[in-house]
Each structure stands twice: as structure tokens, then as C-alpha cells.
Design a protein around this ligand. Structure first.
Ligand SMILES: NC(=O)c1ccc[n+]([C@@H]2O[C@H](COP(=O)([O-])OP(=O)(O)OC[C@H]3O[C@@H](n4cnc5c(N)ncnc54)[C@H](O)[C@@H]3O)[C@@H](O)[C@H]2O)c1
Length: 391
């Protein structure tokens, strides 16, 4: 079986998720499209690099990503660093002929996102694959919703409403990590989580054309966390820790108009006590509606207009072997998948794309379009007017 040597940059939360995905993909999807081989892991913090080499079973580790990009043995690069490092690593890797899976948001600036999409388009001419890690569009229930839309079962899509609500930064004492610094993250909630539901909305209902938005920062300073893995609010640094101003958004609310004529709304916050990974997607069509909530990710609720008045209402479909990717996961409905399986599904799509020579649905151009929607949202929050998404 074909082998692909993997270099992974950034050994934090997502570094771990990519390792779980590389390791589990062939265990779930067999025969696998190719076998990933964990060659080199890189982290800018030497202790994290060495620790993760041992923990995850890589052959080597390093602290400079150029070692991975310049290594002729490496076929595939996972970019799992904070956002401002995505562009230099991904572009250099593509130019060196490596296939690249890069975490979302694609970059910390629109200019970097464009440069990455351009580099990916050029590399694609030589059969090189690029992919942004918007894994939530690959949840089997979301793919099922897409199937209902594509086959016309929901009729014309009228309205799309999405939320992404979390609570991990709701405490003012939770640390000011890289996620709260504009020069590293590019944006706050907008790039971090709203981008995911923008991607799902565009996957299901087509391109967003115009937006009007409000953005708010509730907690204007936080205790500083210097470098390393983002503690994601798990550690409170206390009242006497040095504090710094937050220069990114906590909450975004916006109305959207799609090119198709559908309308909708998107809300995202990391300050909603009681909400954990509360991604909801609701679509209303002329023939029915679907509703999804990631906190119940193995379920899709569906309501058909054609049902008689006295029994019309949402019913729950539990995704399993009869649905997308179901034959590779667990063979009894209700056994359920979680985040680990979802990242393995994403990795299956990435490795399949490499082997089949076909760009995946979340190639860099698609990540760049999400970024253009984010730019319009930010612009509208300033102008207080509807803003067009750049084509
Ligand atoms: N797809 C998802 O659901 C999802 C979820 C969380 C994060 N992310 C994205 O993944 C990326 C990483 O986020 P995270 O939560 O894993 O961050 P993290 O803070 O947990 O880990 C980042 C790691 O990168 C290292 N690092 C920083 N700069 C580096 C450089 N130049 N070279 C090598 N290593 C470097 C840090 O030391 C740290 O260990 C971000 O782009 C984030 O938006 C995606």
C-alpha cells in the first residue's frame, strides 16, 4: 500500500487532533487510500516538540518548520499553528511540492489568505492538494442535509440560520492567549468559530453575497498568557496577573443574503455560559426544514411540509451505517461518532484527494472565500451598512 510521510507543525490542541486522525483513519477506513507515516513533528517550544515526538510516535522532532518543508522525504504537511503562521508554512510547503492540510481560519489577514489560495492554485496544476480543516461540513448529519437539499427534497431554500456558541472565554480571568491578539489570530470569535458556520452555510446554501453585522468585545482586558499551547480558559491566572488589552471581537451577529436569494442569520460568541460547542444549523425550504445541533452530532431533525397537518413536525434521524461515512465507523446506529472520528473522516477525504488527484471541497480557494465573508462582516461592523462579499 502507498505510504505518505507526514510532517506536522504546531503540537497543541489541533496537532493532537491531526495525529488522532492520521492514526485512526486507516483503522476506520480499510483499505485506506494510503498509509500515513508519522515522520517529523515541529513545535516552536522545544519541550513541546520533544514531548509530542515521544507521545505521538513521530520518528523525529524539530523547532523550525523549514526542516519539514525542506525534507525531500516529507509528502504531506499538517499546519496546526496559530493563524499568522499558516501562510508562510503552507505556501513554502506547497512550493516544495508537499500536499498541505491547514487548520482554519485559512490565515490571519485577507492578503495572506489570497496568497495561499494563489499558491494552492499554482500547485494544483502539478497535482498538489490543498485543504482547509473545516471538518464540520463533514459531519454525516450535515452531509445528509446537503443530500436532501441537492435532491430537491427541501424545495427552494428560503432561510439559513446558524449559531456557534461557546463559553470557554466567558470568565474575565481566563487567559489572554494568542486567540485574543489581532496580530496573531487576525480576529477573535469571527475567525475562530464564526468561520466554521460560514463554511457550513455556504456548503449548504451557496455563496453569501452580502452581510450586515454587529461585533462586540465585552471583556476588554485579560491576564496575559505568554506563548505555548492556548489554555482555552481552563486556567484562571488570577487578579494579580499582568493584564493586557484585548483587540479582537468576543461576539458577532450578522444577517446574510445568499447569491441564491435565500437570507439568514449567523451568531457566534465564546462568552455564552452553558453553551459548549453549540453549533446549530437550521434551514427552511419551501418543502421542509432541517435542524442540526453539534452537541447532538449524530442526529438530524427533519420536517416535511407534505406530512398531514395533524402529524407534521420535526422527526429525528440518527445517522449510522446507512449514512455518509457510516460503513467506516460503527455498524449499529446510535453507537455514535465524536470529534475524533470526525477528524479521521476529514483525513480520509484529504488522503483520498491526494491519491485520486482531485482537490477536496475545502481546498484553499474555499477557505479564502470564508475569509472574504469574514472581511465583509468586519467592514460592515465599522460602516454599519450592508457590505458586499468580494468575488
Ligand atoms: N478545526 C477546528 O475545529 C479547530 C479547533 C481548534 C483550533 N483550530 C485551529 O488550529 C490552529 C491551532 O490552534 P490550537 O488550538 O491547536 O492552538 P494551540 O495553542 O493549542 O497550539 C498551537 C501550537 O503551535 C505552536 N507554535 C506556535 N507558533 C509556531 C511556529 N511558528 N512553528 C511551530 N510551532 C508553533 C505552539 O507552541 C503550540 O504548541 C489555529 O489555526 C486554530 O484556529 C481549529
Amino acid at each position: 500500500m502507498k505510504k505518505l510521510n507526514v510532517g506536522l507543525v504546531g503540537a497543541g490542541f489541533m496537532g493532537k487532533a491531526h495525529v488522532v486522525a492520521y492514526s485512526n483513519m486507516p483503522k476506520l477506513f480499510w483499505p485506506a487510500p494510503a498509509m500515513p507515516v508519522l515522520k517529523t513533528i515541529c513545535d516552536i517550544v522545544p519541550e513541546i516538540a520533544e514531548d509530542s515526538r515521544e507521545r505521538f510516535g513521530f520518528e523525529k522532532c524539530c523547532t523550525d518548520w523549514r526542516e519539514i518543508v525542506n525534507d525531500p522525504e516529507i509528502d504531506v504537511v499538517s499546519v496546526c499553528t496559530p493563524n499568522n503562521a499558516h501562510a508562510p508554512i503552507a505556501i513554502a510547503a506547497l512550493e516544495a511540492g508537499k500536499h498541505v492540510i491547514c487548520e482554519k481560519p485559512i490565515a490571519s489577514t485577507l492578503a495572506d489568505a489570497k496568497a495561499m489560495a494563489d499558491a494552492a492554485a499554482k500547485a494544483a496544476e502539478k497535482g498538489i492538494i490543498s485543504m482547509n480543516a473545516y471538518q464540520y461540513r463533514r459531519v454525516p448529519a450535515i452531509v445528509l442535509a446537503k443530500k436532501f437539499i441537492d435532491e430537491g427534497s427541501l424545495g427552494e431554500i428560503l432561510n439559513v440560520r446558524c449559531t456557534y456558541l461557546q463559553s470557554w472565554s466567558a470568565d474575565p480571568d481566563s487567559p489572554l492567549s494568542w486567540r485574543f491578539q489581532k496580530d496573531i489570530a487576525g480576529a477573535g470569535t469571527l475567525g475562530d468559530i464564526a468561520s466554521h458556520v460560514i463554511d457550513i452555510a455556504q456548503y449548504l446554501a451557496g455563496d453569501i453575497d452580502e452581510v450586515v453585522s454587529m461585533m462586540k468585545t465585552y471583556i476588554t482586558e485579560r491576564p496575559v498568557q505568554e506563548g505555548g499551547v492556548d489554555l482555552l480558559g481552563t486556567v484562571k491566572l488570577g487578579a494579580d496577573a499582568p493584564r493586557k488589552a484585548v483587540d479582537v471581537d468576543d461576539e458577532d451577529s450578522f444577517l446574510v443574503k445568499f447569491k441564491s436569494g435565500a437570507s439568514g442569520s449567523i451568531e457566534a460568541t465564546r462568552n455564552a455560559w452553558g453553551r459548549n460547542n453549540f453549533i446549530t444549523v437550521e434551514l427552511h425550504g419551501t418543502l421542509g426544514s432541517v435542524y442540526f445541533n453539534y452537541e447532538r452530532l449524530n442526529e438530524l431533525q427533519v420536517c416535511w411540509a407534505k406530512d398531514p397537518d395533524d402529524r407534521r413536525g420535526f422527526k429525528t434521524i440518527y445517522t449510522g451505517p446507512a449514512h455518509f461515512y457510516g460503513d467506516a465507523t460503527w455498524n449499529i446506529p446510535g453507537m455514535n461518532i465524536g470529534y475524533g472520528e470526525l477528524k479521521a473522516i476529514e483525513m480520509f477525504d484529504f488522503i483520498s484527494a491526494i491519491v485520486n488527484g482531485q482537490q477536496p471541497s475545502t481546498r484553499f480557494e474555499v477557505g479564502y472565500r470564508v475569509e472574504r465573508v469574514c472581511a465583509a462582516v468586519a467592514k460592515s461592523a465599522e460602516s454599519r451598512q450592508w457590505e458586499k462579499v468580494e468575488d
